[in-house]
Ligand binder design. Structure first.
Ligand code: CMP
Length: 153
């Protein structure tokens, strides 16, 4: 099933000049970029995005980190995109992030940890609506898709 999901290429990725390489991994896999922007996050946006973590002890550190420098918000589309992107991102706990995943290859901590990805269909819908206006999500055809997705695409 074709899905859309939200990825945040976090401030540490932008500062470490890894944003392009991280986004390229998704492009190379065949996922389609349907939304993309650089955002300097304010406290209100950070609190809305991380509302489920409001009571956690790491919440203030998380907000401070995500508002410290610009991030890149990306909307990705593809078959089973939500699970696929989560698998490519790797586990939140650094020691459990498998080599070959983004965190497993490039991150060593939980904050900073380079990237966020929606963890399920409801979260994806909620998060995409937080980060993108409807007109900022663009539907379009790629000529290459019959070679990426197969002839029926
Ligand atoms: P993210 O995928 O953006 O979703 C929530 C974030 O909270 C997570 O990445 C980590 O950066 C952070 N996080 C989750 N659990 C912990 C924890 N136990 N301690 C510190 N930070 C955490």
């Amino acid at each position: 099933m074709t899905e859309r999901t939200l990825v945040l290429v976090k401030p540490d990725a932008v500062q470490r000049q890894l944003a392009g390489r991280i986004i390229a991994r998704f492009e190379e896999r065949g996922l389609k970029i349907v939304g993309l922007k650089l955002v300097k996050v304010d406290r209100d946006l950070a609190e809305r995005h991380y509302a489920v973590h409001k009571s956690k002890p790491f919440f203030e550190g998380l907000v401070a980190f995500i508002t410290s420098s610009p991030l890149v918000a990306v909307a990705l589309e593809g078959p089973n995109a939500i699970r696929m992107v989560r698998a490519m991102v790797g586990a939140t706990k650094p020691a459990e992030a498998a080599p070959g995943t983004i965190r497993g290859d490039l991150a060593i901590e939980m904050i900073p940890n380079l990237i966020h990805a929606s963890d399920g269909p409801e979260t994806a819908a909620t998060e995409l609506a937080i980060w993108f206006q409807p007109h900022e999500l663009v539907s379009y055809q790629r000529e290459i898709d019959r070679w990426v997705m197969g002839p029926e695409s």
